[in-house]
Design a protein around this ligand. Structure first.
Ligand code: UD1
Length: 385
């Protein structure tokens, strides 16, 4: 893939926005599909800089073979209001200078909403990939981002039928909604053959790979920002690790909260292997080799379903119900008893197996490109007429 498509074309580009780690994973297959479509879709890649650490950022770009961003806004971390406002301030002139045909946003992070809002205010069409997911919990910053982005979007691509139903219920014109399948799973298909095995990742840090292990990821504010909840979770995870070894690539937000709460010693227990954040190819290797995943991430609920790995979600609800109904996901919340029981079930060989949801076949980006190309052409004709 190269950016020559965007440079050579005389047509206005679609500005494709990424900001945080999960966005990179969703965007990589889309850019490939746009470049290789029968009539290539011109694009420019904009990185807001919401995630900026090498481990959260460059490593993922390399692992996913994403092209270097055409535009970097370098916003960095701040409060939600400041981060969102700063992205908007820096993105607005980019949309104008590029004379964008549309702005394409993915997922539900602050960058998603900020850029959708800028485009909508400038009268530039907004395309939302992974639309319609709802946790129905407005305390989650992502839920606010999802609801508002979907209201602003002109073209909405969903990953599960329930998401399309949510959008229709919210009064969104059904003609704008397209069930496309899951681009996150496209990336699993693309990168699995190049995944770095758990054994290699652990060998590099001087550890051997347990035969059966759990993989932990945790970063949601509701789980890590409150000292009492965080402390109880650390205690529970350490107790689980005594029975089943656990590998835990630690998100910077979570590390910062554990340090601030003076809880770092809780991580030095036997059976718990804490790693720095790992790139996508390593994460896929760790996931594919795991007996169980314990997570509060949306992406991992989906990826574990795609790979048939049982997943215990440390949240009370999920905006991705298909992973529970059809996939390998079980909601255990943060109750220590429910988490122990979930791990014990897996150790007893009774982990959930599930089946692959419709459209999680590695071809979602292709389907999106097939809708988007003609849609953009219609928009152009409308402008000329
Ligand atoms: C963001 C998304 C979340 C997504 C997650 C994936 C929002 C509201 N949240 O959460 O939906 O699941 O990304 O990782 O958009 N930090 C660093 N280095 C970085 C990035 C972050 O140290 O490269 C630290 C900073 O202390 C920062 C904190 O992590 O304040 C939180 O980062 P932020 O991007 O605001 O949210 P995430 O928790 O990463």
């Amino acid at each position: 893939m190269s950016m020559t498509v965007s440079c050579e074309s005389s047509r206005a580009p679609v500005l494709c926005v990424v900001g945080a780690r999960p966005n990179f994973i969703k965007m990589a297959p889309l850019l490939d599909a746009f470049a290789s479509a029968r009539s290539p879709i011109p694009f420019r890649l904009v990185h807001t800089g919401q995630h900026y650490d090498v481990a959260m950022n460059e490593q993922h770009f390399r692992a996913l073979e994403l092209p270097r961003p055409d535009v970097s806004l370098e916003v960095g971390s701040a409060s939600h209001a400041v981060q969102t406002a700063e992205i908007m301030r820096r993105f607005e002139p980019v949309v104008e200078v590029e004379a964008a045909a549309a702005v394409l946003v993915v997922g539900d992070v602050n960058s998603t909403l900020a850029c959708a809002l800028v485009a909508a205010k400038l009268g530039v069409p907004v395309i939302h990939v992974e639309a319609g997911l709802r946790s129905f919990d407005r305390a989650m910053p992502e839920e606010i981002n999802r609801v508002l982005t979907d209201q602003l979007a002109d073209l909405l691509f969903t990953t599960e039928e329930g998401a399309s139903a949510n959008l229709r219920r919210e009064g969104i014109d059904p003609g704008r909604i397209h069930f496309a399948g899951n681009v996150m799973i496209d990336s699993v298909h693309r990168c699995l053959p190049r995944a770095i095995s758990a054994a290699d990742t652990l060998k590099e840090v001087g550890r051997s790979t347990p035969r059966c292990y759990g993989l932990i990821t945790l970063h949601r504010p509701v789980n890590v920002d409150d000292r009492v909840v965080l402390s109880r979770l650390l205690e529970t995870l350490a107790a689980c690790a005594a029975d089943l070894p656990m590998i835990w690539p630690l998100h910077p937000r979570t590390r910062a909260r554990i340090e601030a709460a003076g809880l770092m010693p809780r991580l030095s227990v036997s059976g718990l292997h804490v790693l720095p954040p790992v790139d996508y190819r390593r994460m896929l290797g760790l996931l594919a080799g795991a007996c169980v995943v314990l997570t509060d991430s949306g992406g991992l609920q989906e990826e574990s379903t795609a790979l048939g790995v049982p997943c215990l979600t440390l949240r009370e609800g999920t905006e991705r119900p298909v992973t529970v109904i059809e996939g390998t996901n079980t909601l255990v919340g943060t109750d220590p008893g429910a988490i122990y029981r979930g791990v014990a079930e897996v150790r007893a060989g009774r982990g959930k197996r599930g089946r692959l949801p419709a459209g999680w076949d590695g071809r979602a980006a292709e389907r999106i490109a097939a809708v988007l190309g003609p849609w953009l052409a219609r928009q152009r004709h409308r402008e000329v007429a």
